[in-house]
Each structure stands twice: as structure tokens, then as C-alpha cells.
Design a protein around this ligand. Structure first.
Ligand SMILES: [Zn+2]
Length: 287
């Protein structure tokens, strides 16, 4: 009897399936149990470890932010985690974020580049004007052309509800650009493409309870996130009273510790989806 199943035992149950799998792997292919165990451990490597290309589907991931630093504040740990696993991550700055009290376009661009380097990801600018972002067809098509160029499998955008006018406008433009990007017979440069997955992150200045759909365990990359945030000297340190220097980083760390507590991990970042998120397995569910 194949796999040693007893007569009358239902097929396909979790126990029979596991036994069958182990026995076929260990004996049918002539491998030792130790080799099977090693292969299993490599296949289901914890998220903190380096993952070789080919062990998971390779993805293009685009994280759009209204201003340089929004992406890192909200999901820098996840960005670093994805990059560490071999996915191609691009941070898209919709505006340059300036003027600010202690920054300049040049300073902010240098800080943003340093932060992207710390996270191990690419960065590019969309070129819309800070403080003047308004919903428009031209803006939608501009972002749609970028989607067609980068062809992201996953698109991250700010949560739609936001007090900052730039943030709200960017989300609306970027959502509709997703639809525009797939249209044929349009004047948008590039080949039609529809980013299949849209996930929202929560900007950290929101004074609200985040209605998170899920959290990503970023315990392994929390310090990389902090390193990236420290690159923004003009935003979080320079010109501030000593007591306020780095206060934003402390707030972010506390916030991520709170969400980490919700999944019994040191740190986590929250996300929100409106479209059903499908799983092809349960191996990476945090138990
Ligand atoms: Zn912002």
C-alpha cells in the first residue's frame, strides 16, 4: 500500500498527506532523512534569513510616496525585508517634498538617495510639485507611464484617508493610474500593463487607529529601517531643539513595537487591503 496508509483511511487528510510526502521524498528518491530535512529547512527558511532567487517568485515591487521619507517611515522594515529576499523594490517619490524648514531640494534628494542605499533598493522621482498635487488626467497618465515602465507586481500606496492634501491626492491619482495603465489605444507611453496587486501602507502622521488588514514581521530589519530614517537629517534632527531630535524615530519604533505585539513579535508594520489577499500556502503565517 502506497505510503503505508491503512485500508479505509481517508486520503488527502493532513496526517496522511504529511506521511506520504516524507516517505516519498526520503525513500523514493533515495535521499537520507537528514538531506530531506535540510531541503525542507531551506525551502521554508525564516523570513529573517537571506533567500536565494528561485526559492520564491521574483517580484517587481513599487512603493509610491507623496514625499521622500513617507515610504521609509511607514514600511521601511518591509522594504528592507523584500530587498533582502531578492525582490526588486523601487521607491517612487511623487514630489521632492520641498520646501521644508531645514531642507532644500538638493539636501532632500541626497538624504533620500542615502536612505534607499541603506535599504538596498532603487529610487526614482515622478516630478510632481510638492504642495500643488491635484487630481488630474495628466497626473494619472504620468504615473501610468511609470507603471508601464517598471511593471510592478505589487503596488504600495498611502492609505486613502489622510489629512495631508498631497497624500490624499497622490493616492487617488495613483489608484486611477493603475487602471489607465492597462488601456489599449491610449496616448500613454509604453505597453499596457495592470499592476495586479495593490496594498496600502499607513503614513505615520495619521492621528487615527490604523484599521490594518495584516502586519509584516519586521523584527529582523527594524534597525535597517532606523538607519534609513536617520539619513533624513533635515527632517528629523537638524534645527530641532535637542529634546525633539529623533523624536519621530522614537515614535515610529514605538508604533512598530505596538503592531509587533499584535502578532507576538518585537516589531511589525501594518498594511491595508480592499481587494481580497490570496495565499498560496500557510508557511509564512506568524503563529
Ligand atoms: Zn508625506
Amino acid at each position: 500500500m502506497e505510503g503505508g496508509r491503512k485500508a479505509g483511511r481517508p486520503e488527502g487528510g493532513p496526517e496522511t498527506g504529511r506521511l506520504l510526502c516524507c516517505r516519498l521524498s526520503a525513500t523514493h528518491f533515495g535521499q537520507s532523512r537528514r538531506r530531506v530535512a535540510a531541503a525542507h529547512a531551506a525551502r521554508f527558511r525564516p523570513v529573517a534569513g537571506p533567500l536565494l532567487l528561485g526559492q520564491t517568485p521574483y517580484m517587481n515591487i513599487l512603493v509610491a510616496g507623496p514625499h521622500p521619507d513617507d515610504q521609509e517611515l511607514a514600511m521601511g522594515g518591509t522594504i528592507a525585508l523584500l530587498a533582502r529576499r531578492g525582490h526588486r523594490v523601487t521607491l517612487l517619490d511623487i514630489t521632492d517634498g520641498e520646501p521644508t524648514p531645514h531642507g532644500s531640494p538638493e539636501i532632500r534628494a541626497a538624504e533620500a538617495a542615502a536612505a534607499a542605499a541603506a535599504l538596498g533598493v532603487a529610487r526614482q522621482a515622478a516630478g510632481l510639485r510638492n504642495r500643488e498635487v491635484l487630481y488630474s488626467l495628466a497626473g494619472r497618465h504620468q504615473l501610468a507611464a511609470i507603471y508601464r515602465q517598471l511593471r510592478p507586481d505589487i503596488l504600495f500606496l498611502p492609505y486613502p484617508q489622510d489629512a495631508h492634501p498631497d497624500h490624499g491626492q497622490v493616492t487617488r491619482i495613483a489608484e486611477d493610474a493603475r487602471f489607465d495603465a492597462k488601456l489599449t489605444r491610449s496616448t500613454i507611453p509604453g505597453e499596457p500593463f495592470y499592476p495586479p496587486r495593490l496594498i496600502y501602507y499607513f503614513c505615520t502622521h495619521l492621528r487615527m487607529n490604523f484599521p490594518a488588514s495584516f502586519c509584516v514581521d519586521v523584527s529582523a530589519t527594524m534597525e535597517v529601517k532606523m538607519q534609513a530614517l536617520r539619513c533624513y537629517d533635515s527632517q528629523f534632527f537638524r534645527g530641532r531643539p535637542a529634546a525633539e531630535q529623533g523624536a519621530v524615530l522614537d515614535y515610529v519604533r514605538n508604533l512598530d513595537a505596538y503592531f509587533g505585539g499584535t502578532i507576538r513579535r518585537p516589531f511589525a508594520e501594518p498594511f491595508y487591503v480592499t481587494e481580497m489577499l490570496g495565499l498560496s500556502g500557510l508557511e509564512e503565517i506568524v503563529l
